[in-house]
Design a protein around this ligand. Sequence first.
Ligand code: ADP
Ligand code: MG
Length: 573
Amino acid sequence: TTSMQDQETTDGFHLVIDALKLNGIDTIFALPGIPITDFLRQAQGEGVKVISFRHEQHAGNAAAAAGFITGKPGICFTVSAPGFLNGLTALANATTNCFPMILISGSSEREVVDLQQGDYEEMDQLAIAKPLCKAAFRVLHAEDIGVGIARAIRAAASGRPGGVYLDLPAKLFAQVVSREVGQRSLIKVVDPAPKQIPGPDAVQRAIDLLKGAKKPLVILGKGAAYAQADEAIKQFVEKTGIPYLPMSMAKGLLPDNHAQSASAARSYVLAEADVVMLVGARLNWLLSHGKGKTWGAADSKGWGQQQFIQVDISPTEADSNVAVAAPVIGDIGSCIAAMNQAIGSSWSKPPSDWTGAIAERKDKNLTKMAETLAKNPPVMNFHSALNVIRDTIKANPDAYLVNEGANTLDFARSIVDMYEPRKRLDVGTWGIMGIGMGFAVAAAAVTGKQVIAVCGDSAFGFSGMEVETVCRYDLPVCVVVFNNNGIYKGTDVNPLGKEVAPTVFVKDAKYELMMEAFGGKGVRAATPAELKRAIDEAIASGKPTLINAIIDETAGTESGRITNLNPAAKKKA
Ligand code: ADP
Ligand code: MG
């Protein structure tokens, strides 16, 4: 495979490949072009799995999802300037979500870029990447490739994980060095995400606070899922008997049908709890910043009565929104293990009037939801369609569920139970659209498992072209497009009666033909029975499938469950 080189020398291309392989990186997500085309070819020749996309943002999203699933940085390769910028969106999103990822972009020559002399795809990529990721590095000499890759891996995976940018100028790839110097310069990173042990006093402070609580609550976030400390977390929850809420990507860390899950009584427990222990979850907008009416305060700016414990690897996360009485700083595995130890054997479970009140509300809400789900309206709506998805995941708990959209996301999050950790991949901290096909390809390519991607018709549009990628690699991905003819709803009209409203799409679009175009299977499903049959067939065959699920175009609400964040004009057109 090194026919291009003689025995005595190696080059930048091969040193990058060798450095990645030495660090156990076996898959890269990419889009070829100058100057990385031959790199991808050579990498494939050296046994690296190369998944090539149609747009860099989706390659980047795939790398980010691979990072979340495996705990190892996901790698994305792009060309310079525009390709780099496309990948940068994914890198920034990965950083926001605390997913380890490395974006490696080819770039043009420093001498020309720095003098702004107008090179092919000229751009100072390093400077642009810096504020949007955790760390950014550039390698100018082939013998520094080992250090560059090692630094990128450490920066992405250690502490709070995140995105790293690595800038590789075109000239670097072709640099030749002696084989001996090349080999010696490579670094196998030892312990890329070292344990961080919490202080015993911090652990004791948290335990004391929990012991005094009358209405304790645990909130599990995607950091807890990422930490792969599943057994320790389960032990902690079950030993303490404290009710818990999973944030959306922590669903399945404990099965959603767990007796202690308070999901179905979410608003009650947030408003009522007195001591709240956050585990890998930030008090950001998704948790109403830890204050206001959600937390039982009298007004939207006020504070509730909660005291917070925060288990997190980042020491600066505590007090970001409200006071944290007991920060426990370290990796979640070590923190929870230490807390399990400190609990000892004489733990008394939370008062039964607290757990009883939660159980009562849960029962009421679950009964109400079951009634809604049992309805089969003449035109399929979010509930009757998601009831099918719910049954599908129940029957196939090891399948990945990718989920994006507005209503499609909000309803799926509360209706579709998850049973295994890290199986739900969604729009994350930013609540973005467009992660669908990138995440789906990554989950299928990295794990070989069935993926079901439930996407609103709008959300799907951002990455829809990647169904070709799904077909090209023959991945077990079943895309279900919730098609209600538009963004939020398909019923908006232009107030002036001309043209089309900005929120609507072509009516009755045949999304299933997009999959057929590339040799996959496309199905139109207008009833729950048709949807069920199509999904069952997709799973049985493991073939690329797209189901165009026809949803009542009047069924959505504007901005789904975050309507409050969407300003509306006082003076109407
Ligand atoms: P969610 O959106 O599910 O609430 P967030 O993304 O807001 O979750 O929070 C994840 C938190 O988890 C971040 O504050 C991050 O620092 C933390 N985190 C990530 N990985 C680990 C880990 N291995 N150990 C401890 N904390 C972690
Ligand atoms: Mg829609």
